[in-house]
Design a protein around this ligand. Structure first.
Ligand code: SF4
Length: 235
């Protein structure tokens, strides 16, 4: 009698030790063809690991510029994220920046689109999950709904932004808006809300000794004057 056994390839993949180190894992991501997004990508965007890996920002997926260059947050959204990091005394090279999905989801007419749930599940359960296992960040900041829902599937970003929560794996997660959302909804109120979120991140990392090299004490001084770096960004 012949017995046909169907084995899910992702089950097999999880059975194997995925990689020996972060560099090896990153190389595997760069060669991944697990979902159909590999067919339309120019570059895989595994993410960047900063000198202060204890703080990790997670976005949704690469867009046009990220796909072109192979790095996360290099377009206008990235420049806004850089401005917000400088607002709290940090540089991009100090933090880890990852995406839930590593290849650009694109529409038939070449525009960015939100990744499908299948693409999110395949990519994040294979790669992001293991990146976080290696990095073990002391604080994760989710940028937008897709990243928040990776940790808390039932969460609604409009209700949960500005909150610290703990995942089942023990990660501390702070949720805020994706910079692209702030760019699309630019108003004094949204800029103030975003600035306050980054203030919360700043005070958390200071009071919980999250970073080996903490941000400078005067980091938030610009928020005491009318023109902050964020206002300058939009002026
Ligand atoms: S999106 Fe993720 S799972 Fe899909 S091909 Fe790219 S790296 Fe692989």
């Amino acid at each position: 009698m012949t017995v046909n056994i169907l084995i899910n390839p992702f089950f097999l993949l999880n059975l194997m030790k995925i990689s020996n180190d972060l560099e090896d894992l990153t190389n595997k991501i760069k060669n991944c063809k697990l979902c159909s997004l590999y067919k339309t990508r120019k570059n895989v965007v595994p993410g960047i690991y900063g000198s202060n890996n204890e703080l990790c920002f997670i976005g949704e997926a690469p867009g046009y510029n990220e796909d072109k260059e192979g790095y996360p947050f290099v377009g206008k959204s990235g420049k806004l994220l850089d401005a917000m990091l400088r607002e709290i005394g940090l540089e991009r090279k100090e933090v880890s920046i990852l995406n839930v999905v590593k290849c650009r989801p694109v529409t038939e007419d070449g525009k960015n689109r939100i990744p499908s749930q299948t693409e999110i599940n395949i990519c994040s359960n294979t790669w992001l999950k293991h990146q976080l296992e290696y990095l073990q960040p002391k604080l994760i900041v989710t940028l937008g709904s897709v990243a928040l829902k990776y940790f808390f599937p039932k969460a609604k970003v409009t209700k949960e932004v500005g909150l610290f929560k703990t995942t089942n794996e023990g990660f501390t997660v702070f949720s805020t808006f994706h910079p692209a959302y702030i760019l699309r909804n630019n108003s004094e109120f949204m800029r103030e809300t975003y600035r306050n979120h980054f203030k919360q991140i700043y005070f958390y990392i200071k009071s919980n000794n999250v970073l080996k090299k903490p941000p400078i004490d005067k980091a938030l001084s610009s928020t005491n004057v009318k023109q902050s770096r964020l206002d300058n960004f939009f002026s």
